[in-house]
Design a protein around this ligand. Sequence first.
Ligand code: GUN
Ligand code: FE
Length: 459
Amino acid sequence: FVHSKTRQDLDFLHKAGIAIDAQGKIAAIERDAQDLSEVKARLLGKLGWDEAEVDVTEAAEGQFFFPGFVDTHIHASQYANAGIFGKSSLLDWLETYTFPLEASLKDLSKARRVYSRCIRRTLSHGTTTATYFATIDVAATNLLADLCLSMGQRAFVGRVCMDSTDMNPAYYRDASAADGLEATQQTIDHVRRIDPGFDVVSPILTPRFAPSCSSEAMAGLAELHRQTGLPIQTHVSENPGEIQLVAQLFPESDSYTGLYDKCGLLTPRTVLAHAVHISEEEADLIALKGSKVSHCPCSNTCLTSGSARVRWMWDKGIDVGLGTDVSGGYSHSILEAARQAAMVSRHVAMGIEQEKERERVKLTVEEVLYLATRGGARCVGLEDKIGGFEVGMEWDAQLVTLGEVNDEGDVHDEDDDHGFVDMFGWETWDDRVAKWLFNGDDRNTKKVWVKGRLVHRRK
Ligand code: GUN
Ligand code: FE
């Protein structure tokens, strides 16, 4: 078992076992045993469980369990457009590619095709929790919630609010702020019916971004947050043209982030996607309010938005997670987002003259895998439940394979497709995890569980 101990360090549990109870919770952890039978005996003895009633999943040589990934920002509705962005940047990308696709998902059979494939694919890449934007359409958004629940992906599902006539096309916007709020309430009511405790699926309040929303809509959603405690997600400071537009549309606000704060949207349950161009003052405000940032490196490169400064946000005390931001980003894989976070931090570094600082801003393997798991869990308020292997947490995990070591020390199991990862058998565990991060993909993800339920198995 491998998971983040701290932001800087991975913990490797060798010759270990984890017992999961019928509710999907981690009941006990034992490590450093002689062999599997000793681990089993220790766990059963500790818990007083009957061996006959226990199923065992074993990680073979070259395999390990890793916490499921958390995608803190993904547009399920844009999944069909992944890879299609040409040379666009944010505002023309929205108009050209995004609004037409999203609007078309009011056709429920089309929505079902797009959403079910999005869930199946992200699960197969180890995403056990996804924070989704759907569309403005209530029925299609509710369908996304239904599909997450039936396919077993932990999810926050947002019915997108966008009532402004300045930004949104006539064919794709809420009729009024009140209409948008009423539609949001319908999705909340629906999710409460299908998952009353929000144990797997939860609604999330979703003002698209300031240019798409009236102050009335944003203030209304903030009020709804105060009444319900539901989480909030939106976009902030992704692209220079967008920031200019916000200044133009809301001349009374001192900054993009300040505008959200004035509307009451900056809360400890708020996830702000991008935050590429925020000022020192805006970062301080986000930290003060305890709001979180979803770093979306793939999207920020595709749409030439810029390079977000994760080390700087961490220095400010802001919690950061990773988002694929499909289809601003072309990839639905959080492993890919983690590796791109490492790359983007190096691009940030290359713009810094002072050597010590240049080295410091680079993100390590351990740090980007933290972002992908515990960091994301903190962003969505689930740090006590998911993101690591601890007693009392829930079993959201993936079984990763890198290949079995044969007698010559080579790793070649001909029956098994390990994709890009090629092992030689002499790698340390640190090396193995680094090779997985930089060369791995869904071919290395054998099985995926959410809350103890097997939700994906690679054929
Ligand atoms: N800002 C407003 N809407 C969107 C969206 O759909 N994707 C991204 N990346 N930014 C946005
Ligand atoms: Fe986005």
